[in-house]
Write a protein that binds this ligand. Sequence first.
Ligand code: GLU
Length: 279
Amino acid sequence: MRINHAIRIAAGVAALALTVTACGGSSNKTASQHAADGKLTIGIKYDQPGLGLQNKDGSYSGFDVDVAKFVADKLGVKPENITFKESPSAQRETLIQNGQVDFIVATYSITDARKQKVDFAGPYFITGQSLLVRSDNTDITGPESLNGNKKLCSVKGSTPAQNIKDKYVSAKEVQLQEYDTYSLCVEALKSGAVDAVTTDDIILRGYAAQSPGALKVVGNTFTTEKYGIGVKKGDTESRGKINDAIDAMISSGAWKAALEKEFGSTGIQIPEPPKVDRY
Ligand code: GLU
């Protein structure tokens, strides 16, 4: 009787595992093994203009998409054989750990906490946290002006939200609202529901460029964010190959050309490329 019960449970678990594999598209192969099969699933953002954007016609654009396609090409995968998957900030480690993506190129800062769960190739870009406000705002000029009960929006599971919680909310100077995506924060800013949005400068520049005359980036950057390409922890082979691809993108001039294509019209200075960290 007890054995029967155990068998039934075991069968149930096995069936569930099969279903998860079939539906989620996850598998135990590494990114480079999938690339050798000719296909990759790459996590990006869908709502960050200039970085990772799903366009109305279903195509994808932005610097992260350019990096993803360059890396895929170096791994032998054509752009038409890439499946892009939306990877909101708070879900990135889980998507990698569960094998739902081969790697993630999504404004993903390399941090020690995240390195407990995933590995990072790169960095391929360095930016820092800043603030986005409505163009007519004059009282928010930088992090030091986040007082007087200002409403600030950022995204769940992101480094800027954590930084605000650590340094500013504890002092009861600011009310942090955490949404799932930055585009929801930007809508709230436009409607007046929040006073400012905070995340990486390069992300905010993309939104400001999309709403000329309505939104502006203020202050200097007040953190350092190094963007890495997230891969499964322990997959040193894929990480090494992705690092080689990033090096090639930088040395060939494709890195600078991509940034000029995506951000040239915003007037931002294209920074010097970072040095890949082969830890
Ligand atoms: N780079 C920061 C992070 O990884 C903010 C941008 C984002 O949430 O994607 O958390």
